[in-house]
Ligand binder design. Structure first.
Ligand SMILES: Cc1cc2nc3c(=O)[nH]c(=O)nc-3n(C[C@H](O)[C@H](O)[C@H](O)COP(=O)(O)OP(=O)(O)OC[C@H]3O[C@@H](n4cnc5c(N)ncnc54)[C@H](O)[C@@H]3O)c2cc1C
Length: 378
């Protein structure tokens, strides 16, 4: 068995890369290997489904550049393929003086990142937009929105398959050997038997397992800075009537930009509201939601959502971020890297694709294709 390219992982990023390469690359055979029975069973279906604008990240980072580009590409794509989405806009609210200072810094960061259309609003303007939100000032981000991530992945999968990619569900990659002429990918089949496939290139889109896959290829992941920390984010849902009191995404200013954007209110396309996510470093994949945390969420959010009552919060779901920075460590960017200089030509590792990875899926896919000068795909 032989394929030109094996993509490991059918989350939103692996599917976007498959759709991009199979359509725009040179005619080449592509196999996507995914351990679950369907796409998006991990982080890609356990997130806020927010199309981010690119406000928070340091300029010159991949996160900033790919988010600004990805935001534009994702809206275009969603319009073209009729994927449910809404450009609701987002208010980052400040309810005290230090919060206002943080908003000014964010506005400056966003300007450096090339984010268009941000406006600083005063109390009156906020209450005209969102009468039930309490804030002294807010940064209005008109290009933030929400998207149906399941429909997005279904569309990417359909396109990839229609253009000739093969998606091998229930196939778990267990080994990766480079032998000069190319790679041999070892995997288990749905019935538990083992097999292998030769290929010229491997694209590692394995999310939480991306470090493990890089290690299978022989990379010393600790020395390379590829160590992934799992960081859980829990969500609590609000009753339908409370969700109707807001019509935009409402975020606090990030208190600790390294660990998350702060507990915020997001809306789903059918108008349901939820609060989340928090940041809890965990040692294993565990998607339970601890009901005890409802109190912390309530205290964090009632400052700007005064209509909340403690009994409103119901545990909903959790997702896990594949973070490159451990607790308290400084900002780390996405790693999207072709590994020729490690003696592994044609291996592209995508490591630490946490938020805003959903927003960036199409821009990441383009970037992987641009690495095609090395991969000989253009
Ligand atoms: C709480 C939370 C909130 C978020 N909110 C947002 C947001 O609002 N907006 C935004 O832009 N981003 C958000 N993100 C980030 C976004 O969800 C991720 O960046 C994105 O989903 C990553 O997609 P992926 O395809 O890289 O990973 P995944 O979806 O995790 O896909 C990786 C796939 O690889 C497969 N795999 C792993 N190992 C193997 C193997 N050995 N063999 C075969 N298959 C394998 C897995 O089964 C999985 O399906 C959030 C993330 C979290 C956790």
């Amino acid at each position: 068995m032989y394929a030109d390219i094996v993509i490991i992982g059918a989350g939103v990023v692996g599917l976007a890369v498959a759709a991009e390469l199979v359509q725009k690359g040179k005619k080449c055979s592509i196999v996507v290997m995914e351990r679950h029975e369907r796409f998006g069973r991990e982080t890609s279906s356990r997130n806020s489904e927010v199309i981010h604008a690119g406000i928070y990240y340091p300029e010159d980072s991949l996160k900033a550049a790919l988010c600004v580009e990805g935001n534009r590409l994702l809206y275009q794509y969603a319009r073209q393929w009729e994927i449910p989405h809404r450009r609701l806009g987002k208010l980052i609210v400040a309810y005290n003086d230090s919060g206002v200072g943080a908003l000014l810094r964010l506005r400056e960061q966003a300007r450096r990142n090339g984010v268009a259309g941000l406006e600083l609003l005063d109390e009156k303007q906020i209450s005209r937009l969102e009468p039930h939100v309490r804030a002294q000032a807010a940064l209005w981000s008109p290009t933030s929105g929400i998207i149906d991530s399941h429909r997005l992945m279904a569309c990417l999968e359909r396109q990839a398959i229609a253009a000739g990619a093969l998606i091998a569900y229930q196939h778990t990659v267990t080994g990766l050997d480079y032998s000069g002429g190319g790679y041999r990918v070892y995997f288990t089949n749905p019935d538990g038997s083992t097999d292998n496939l030769a290929c010229a290139r491997v694209i590692n889109c394995a999310g939480l397992q991306a470090e493990h896959i890089a290690a299978l290829a022989g990379i010393d992941t600790a020395a390379a800075g590829y160590r992934i920390y799992m960081c859980k984010g829990e969500y609590f849902s609000l009753p339908g009537a409370k969700g109707k009191l807001v019509s935009r995404l409402i975020y606090p200013p990030p208190l600790d930009e390294l660990e998350g954007l702060g507990v915020h209110l997001t809306l789903s396309l059918d108008g349901r509201a939820r609060l989340g996510p928090n940041t809890i470093y965990v040692s294993q994949e565990d998607y339970s939601v601890d009901a005890v945390h409802a109190r912390q969420f309530y205290h964090a959010a009632r400052e700007f959502l005064p209509f909340l009552a403690p009994e409103d919060l119901e545990p909903e779901m959790a997702g896990i971020r594949p973070k490159l920075q451990g607790p308290g460590e400084p900002f780390r960017d996405f790693i999207i890297r072709e590994e020729s200089d490690r003696g592994l030509p044609g291996l592209v590792n995508l490591i630490g694709i946490e938020s805003p990875g959903l927003t960036c899926c199409l821009s990441i896919a383009r970037m992987v294709r641009r690495l095609g000068t090395v991969l000989d795909l253009n």
